[in-house]
Design a protein around this ligand. Structure first.
Ligand code: MLT
Length: 395
């Protein structure tokens, strides 16, 4: 008799965003005439920028002619894409060899797949509240998970100490869900910890394009990261491609453990388990990472930041404490009057038809907090902000 993966028995019954989608759908079926204001999952609302659309069309046209047609693409990425990502990093003086860049179908897929590189006996450390896929993918792989709490007292940016016995460390900066960003000193502390222990950091940079000022966008801006870190990034939030699906992963050539080279292992993995990513998407991905493409994707990001401003103004008026919103598309607010986060979710849905994400969904230390996304359309966001204000002021 086949034995299924017993680790699935250790998971919550359903994944956070799937569970919320089901709750919202049940509400919609009961109240088909009520509009819904969606500030829940971080799904974008702006169309793809013009440079992306033009590049997609051009790549489709190439596929229409025998001379320019492409079949399989190289599994780790077409050279033009890998070079474009290297150029994107070079703008911040991070020098990468294109062979250190691997194309992917997005960060969430990759954050699970990458666990293939590590023995499941190596415990993982997750700073919590955290993107729930880190925890669930680790549990599915049968890995022990340790948690380190991010709380207002540490600005939601916990630091390592040598008594933490973790071999894999998940870091997300800017953080989903809290919006907190590590500065160079903070990242340096993690890099030093990982190099001392022989641990590896999985650095989720999905929200880096929202960072302002002199804060780091990449862990490779910090000395020593090349011997202890893997960076995973996505076009979902950088270019607003949640439905288009494209990402990349950086594994430096120096990254070795127990005499095994992780870059070479990932080449072995990708060439075995994938047949590459669509040529069309990689061409468009390369186009948006430079010149006019970059200008246009930053235009979309500014637009989402405007939504964040509207939401933060509403919370200011209500005297509600919140974090994030500036260097991240998420606003992490304290639930009013010490409410539990799922109760606040129900209140917003039932009373004002606003959908957010309960903090508890990001782990127990998220209880008492609530996440609002700024990726919605501006009209809905303004209505939602007005409704939140009215509800909380009545309070
Ligand atoms: C989120 O809302 O946390 C993200 O959009 C979900 C994801 O990227 O999978």
């Amino acid at each position: 008799m086949l034995i299924p993966n017993q680790n699935y028995g250790n998971l919550k019954e359903s994944y956070l965003f799937f569970h919320i989608a089901q709750k919202v759908e049940a509400y919609r079926e009961k109240h088909p005439d009520l509009p819904l204001y969606r500030l829940g999952i971080g799904d974008v609302s702006r169309p793809l920028c013009d440079v992306a659309i033009q590049a997609l069309h051009a790549a489709v046209d190439e596929q229409a002619k025998e001379k320019t047609f492409h079949g399989y693409t190289p599994e780790c990425g077409i050279p033009e894409f890998r070079e474009a990502v290297a150029g994107y990093y070079a703008r911040r003086n991070v020098k990468l060899d294109p062979a250190e860049i691997f194309v992917s179908s997005g960060a969430s897929d990759e954050l699970g797949d990458i666990l293939d590189l590590f023995d499941p006996v190596s415990p993982a450390l997750i700073t919590q509240p955290a993107y729930p896929a880190y925890v669930d993918a680790s549990i599915m792989a049968g890995r022990k998970v340790l948690f380190l709490t991010a709380r207002p007292e540490n600005n939601f940016l916990p630091l390592p100490s040598d008594d933490i016995e973790a071999d894999l460390v998940y870091l997300c900066s800017p953080s989903n869900p809290t919006g907190a960003v590590y500065d160079r000193e903070g990242l340096q502390a993690w890099v030093d910890y990982a190099n001392r222990r022989g641990a590896v950091i999985l650095f989720d940079a999905a929200y880096e394009a929202f960072v302002e000022g002199n804060l780091p966008h990449s862990i490779f801006e910090v000395p020593g990261a090349r011997t202890c870190a893997i960076e995973i990034c996505s076009f979902s939030k950088t270019a607003g491609w949640t439905g288009t699906r494209l990402g990349y992963t950086v594994i430096p050539k120096e990254l070795e453990r127990e005499g095994m080279n992780l870059n070479a292992m990932w080449v072995r993995n990708r060439t075995t388990k994938t047949n590459g990513i669509s040529y069309i998407l990689q061409k468009a991905g390369a186009a948006v990472l430079k010149g006019e493409g970059l200008r246009q994707i930053h235009g979309n990001i500014r637009h989402y930041k405007e939504n964040a401003r509207v939401l933060m103004d509403a919370l200011d008026e209500c005297g509600i404490r919140y974090w994030g919103g500036k260097n991240a598309p998420y606003i992490w607010m304290a639930c009013p009057d010490g409410m539990k986060s799922w109760d606040f979710f129900d209140l917003l849905l039932n009373e004002i038809q606003v959908v957010g994400t309960p903090g508890e969904g990001f782990g127990t230390s998220g209880e008492g907090f609530f996440r609002l996304s700024s990726f919605g359309n501006p009209v809905d966001t303004k209505i939602a902000a007005e409704r939140i204000k009215k509800l909380l002021k009545q309070g």
